[in-house]
Design a protein around this ligand. Structure first.
Ligand SMILES: [Zn+2]
Length: 178
């Protein structure tokens, strides 16, 4: 069992009401639920007053992908936190293995790795983080990993798995002559 000995910095507190997720559609390679959503509810994203509006939009795209927020988090709320405590890092201070993660014993809290090379979340990498947050939201719904490389729950880079994330793709600059 992973411990959470470090206090992660609270990233965001979002009063985002969303419908509860129906059972996510799974492919044959996706692992079973460990904590299936049970009751319909609205789920706020709770946290500090330092809400990050961009992260709020990314979370909303994840909720759209799954058809709702995790119903099992209806009472506790969903938190998105920052952490340097990468559960798979071996001790090297600069090592970053995961982009984000969710612990088995608290499926309502998502951690984003501030040591990741893609940190911080900005407009130009928001699409990437949208996919990451969507993947972690799948863990919040109790899903494990898929062996299907095109599935959002594949444990790796999944560039277009959530089509709602395309809204965050930077616009291509027009080449103008001067
Ligand atoms: Zn994962």
């Amino acid at each position: 069992m992973l411990s959470r000995s470090l206090l992660p910095t609270l990233l965001t507190a979002l009063a985002l009401a969303a419908p509860a997720a129906a059972a996510p559609a799974l492919d044959a390679d996706t692992g079973p639920y460990t904590n299936p959503p049970t009751a319909p509810a609205t789920t706020p994203v709770s946290g500090s007053a330092t809400a990050n509006p961009l992260v709020a939009k990314l979370w909303a795209a994840a909720v759209r992908y799954w058809g709702g927020a995790p119903a099992s988090c209806a009472s506790a709320g969903v938190s998105i936190r920052l952490s340097t405590e990468d559960p798979e890092a071996t001790g090297d201070a600069d090592e970053a293995v995961y982009n984000g993660w969710v612990y088995d014993d608290d499926l309502c809290t998502m951690y984003l790795n501030v040591r990741n090379e893609s940190w911080p979340i900005r407009a130009r990498n928001a699409e990437l983080w949208c996919q990451i947050i969507t993947h972690e939201a799948g863990h919040m719904l109790g899903l494990s990993h898929s062996r299907n490389k095109r599935h959002i729950m594949y444990e790796g880079w999944i560039p277009n798995a959530n089509p709602h994330c395309r809204a965050f793709r930077p616009k291509a600059r027009s080449t103008r002559r001067r």
